[in-house]
Design a protein around this ligand. Sequence first.
Ligand code: CDP
Length: 254
Amino acid sequence: MKSRKLVYEGKSKILYEGPEPGTLVQYFKDDTTALDATKKAVLEGKGVLNNRISEYLMTKLTDIGVPNHFMRRLNMREQLIREVEIIPLEVVVRNIAAGSLSKRLGIEEGTTLPRSIIEFFLKDDKLHDPMVTEEHITAFQWAAPQEIDEMVASAIRINDFLSGLFLGLGIRLVDVKLEFGRLWENDMMRVILADEISPDSMRLWDVRTNEKMDKDRFRKDLGGVMEAYSEVAKRLGILNELQNNERKGPVLVK
Ligand code: CDP
């Protein structure tokens, strides 16, 4: 086996040193956590699907000029990414009320929002990822005002693009969580999209049936988690390719 230096291990992904300076290898695990990691499971094949779904969406975003960390997929579970300094914020864009917004503000789940709403959460498991405002972000220097502007502009563009892409596949994009990082090129610094975009980080509802096709199936014990993730991959047109590869080797999706 390759001996690679582990850079960071998170709840659902591992980062290894990449082949060249400034690159990392992002490995997608089958591990799934929810409710501040008090709920855990291994969903066989989830990492394979998320690797492929995230590759597909990041590539599409590159095509429309949204800078992101994705370079290329290496194998079933790994992708090569640009190393960035992660900004310690989760940027959530919401189109329909669900999850913590419904709970916090008493707005019924499923209510279409009057306009897309952006929220920031501090990435800190010990504090349970509290919601923060731009005031907190600039006062505590988690990000500079210009970086916030860049994240918001990018998040709106990503949300609009993904909403249209998924609607064409009969899926409503309810909300999506994005993470950004700083990339230095010589003396220049840019803020680019990082992390992943997958059913672990978005809420996706079937337009016709309102069935949940995302991690809420796990959070709420609805069952059929992998079937839902597979259906998303199928509608994106990437599952056939995965099944064709299956004949050559590892078992992919149960
Ligand atoms: O998921 P929960 O109800 O705790 O939080 P939310 O603020 O309603 O989540 C908004 C969106 O961000 C959903 O699509 C979640 O799946 C995603 N999210 C995430 O990817 N990682 C987190 N730590 C929290 C939320």
